[in-house]
Design a protein around this ligand. Structure first.
Ligand code: INI
Length: 158
């Protein structure tokens, strides 16, 4: 029997792309800061001159899949992290944006074989979003951790 799992031992060598939505950037910038903190603490160079991290900005969560797809297809990245925030209270087409973002990200991940972390907060209110983006907890940190685990796991499966 083989037990196959991701570890964090070689996280520092992973190449990572982050795709982040400008919509609700009060929230997404906080997710980004949590995400970068986690990557940095695991040895990834997050400096401006980093050769292992790129960050792409898109208008909103709806655009996360197409840019994730293009980045994943370059073959330069072992894992892609998407960051977005869709807030039901302010969004009549909440369900459309969330559905397209989630389906699109899952499809890109399966089609390219590159793990794409679904880092899109979906909340009823701005207060809930703030709580998950730093006031209580910063899920950006968790998304980065999940990316490191998946990057490692995909290598372990080979
Ligand atoms: N994009 C988001 O990331 N979050 C939202 O809450 C949101 N709202 O409220 O509509 C949102 N809309 C923009 C959408 O993602 C696209 O950028 C836009 O429709 C252009 O394609």
């Amino acid at each position: 029997m083989a037990t196959i799992e991701g570890t964090f031992e070689n996280s520092s060598s992973l190449s990572v792309a982050i795709v982040i939505a400008r919509f609700n950037d009060l929230i997404t910038n906080k997710l980004l800061s949590g995400c970068l903190d986690c990557l940095s603490r695991h040895g990834i160079d997050i400096s401006e001159s980093s050769q292992q991290l790129d960050i792409a900005w898109v208008p909103g969560s709806f655009e996360l899949p197409i840019v994730s797809q293009k980045l994943a297809r370059t073959g330069k990245y072992e894992v892609v992290i998407t960051l977005g925030a869709v807030i039901r209270g302010d969004t009549p087409h909440f369900d459309v944006v969330v559905s397209e973002a989630s389906k699109g990200i899952a499809t890109v991940s399966r089609d390219t074989g590159i793990p794409i972390v679904f880092g899109v907060l979906t909340t009823d209110t701005m207060q809930q979003a703030l709580e998950r983006a730093g006031i209580k907890n910063n899920l950006g940190w968790n998304y980065a951790l999940q990316a490191l685990e998946m990057g490692s796991l995909m290598k372990a499966v080979n």
